[in-house]
Write a protein that binds this ligand. Sequence first.
Ligand code: ZN
Length: 427
Amino acid sequence: MKEKKNRIYILDVTNRDGVQTANVVLSKFQRTMVNHYLGEMGIYQSEFGFPTLKHEQNYVEANLDLAKKGVMNNMILEGWVRAVPEDVKKALELTNIEHINLSIPTSQIMVKSKFGAQTEGNDIIKMMTEAVSLAKEYGIKTIGVNAEDASRTKVKGNNSNFDEDFLLHFAREAKKHGADRIRYCDTLGYERTPSIYESVKRLAGEVQLPIELHCHNDTGYAVANSVEGAMGAIDAGVDAYINTTVNGIGERAGNADLVAVILAIKHACGLEEQDILDPNIDLTKAWKLCNYTANAFGIPIPMNKIGIGSNMYSHESGIHADGMLKDRRNYELYSPEDLGINESNQIKPVKSNISTGEFGGIKGLKHLYESMGVQIDNEREVLKLVQYANAHNQQPLTEEELKFIAKYPAQVADILSLSPKDHSLVS
Ligand SMILES: [Zn+2]
């Protein structure tokens, strides 16, 4: 029998790491749209929120429901919780989540300062394995175990509990109790490409579990480390899952950028021929997603942004322009068409002299939907939802958002009701 080829999958964390970033806000409705666009792009998994938080409950449940209806394509929706039994219990009490990642620090510096100087490596393993066992008992389908600050866990300490093999021991115990993957977190963006390749190759080789790469960009290595770490996993004979965010938004300097990671795997030297990227990914949907998210975050795309910046496909210098005119491939590794950059994918406000929103009325609403060619028969309900969605987003609703509201009113009503007991929107 032919062996299954190991591949690199994308696990996007915009709706968790991205939205927990200082000065960055998305409404729950906008996060739902981001999930929808990620699904449309064929992304494997979205870490879409915090199932232990009360104000996330309706959003989580409604998104799970939308996923069942096929709105997220086949994308897995997974929640982030701390690797302690209380969190697993709470997540399952509040939601019907089926895939989770359990997170706990593994570096001596983080363990000692977060859990107290007396805490040893074995205490961390105990908490983590209890959480994994409980998740397994509850029937969770995918359990990822996140080693926070994994990249600084290799440091040799005085305490034998945190020697350089602690991470291996941690990962073996996770596997023994039912974990499906280990997330190697470069929480501080500390890694370099040769070291992450070697560390991940060793970890993956010895433990034989798929590895997730979670890399931050504090020294500009996030994309390179993600890809080289993933190659370490592939070379050790397991699958790799790269954690990305849309437009690279995340804590401090951000996370590995979704588009840049995909372009590197598809076009960088030595990788282009390997065909190791998840074949379900449709890069032509990328620009719409990036465009929407930039707009929703209120953070414009820089002109030199990899793949999607406005200068990516403009050439001025005489030699470059001449070379481009002779053959595009002289100065471009990929083309705007590859990323779906065109007028029809531009996220824009509705083309109408009548708009609607927080203070809109029924006549304007009807006119607007008619101008988009959408027939609605539950006008009052849709008007209420449009008003609320606009109040949540604090910016004009896009054409696709308006259509989404009309198509999935029940789920949108849940998403817009933050309090679990507040069902006044569902009339
Ligand atoms: Zn992170």
